[in-house]
Design a protein around this ligand. Structure first.
Ligand SMILES: [Zn+2]
Length: 119
């Protein structure tokens, strides 16, 4: 049975379900896949950490009121956060780790800090 190596494209003889000509090609293929996934995860982690840093910098006392533009100016990305907390009254706090924010009025956000871990 003639197969074509998924990694290097060389033809090789082997079982029909064999995808690689060698252990070398199999491991370089898998390493590349892992590297791509790791890069993806690393980029998201960097965004989350940056968001957290921005919130912490703008909120040195544990509570602050900050305009949306100020956050955006600093490079804050609203689509990335680690978790949400919805209060009984329906307010949605979003957190980047321990640093959180709640949309207030006129484009302002209330920044908060939470130390303890909540499910
Ligand atoms: Zn190969």
């Amino acid at each position: 049975m003639k197969n074509k190596c998924v990694e290097c494209g060389e033809e090789f003889i082997g079982r029909a379900d064999k995808k690689f000509c060698s252990a070398y090609c199999r491991s370089s293929y898998n390493n590349r896949l892992n590297r791509d996934a790791n890069n993806f995860i690393r980029n998201i982690n960097n965004i989350l950490r940056k968001n957290r840093r921005i919130l912490a910098r703008l909120n040195p006392k544990g509570k602050a009121r900050v305009h949306r533009d100020k956050l955006l100016e600093n490079g804050f990305k609203f689509s990335y956060f680690t978790n949400e907390y919805i209060t009984k009254s329906g307010n949605i706090y979003r957190f980047c780790y321990d640093q959180g924010y709640l949309e207030a009025d006129n484009g302002y956000y209330t920044l908060v800090v939470r130390q303890e871990y909540v499910e």
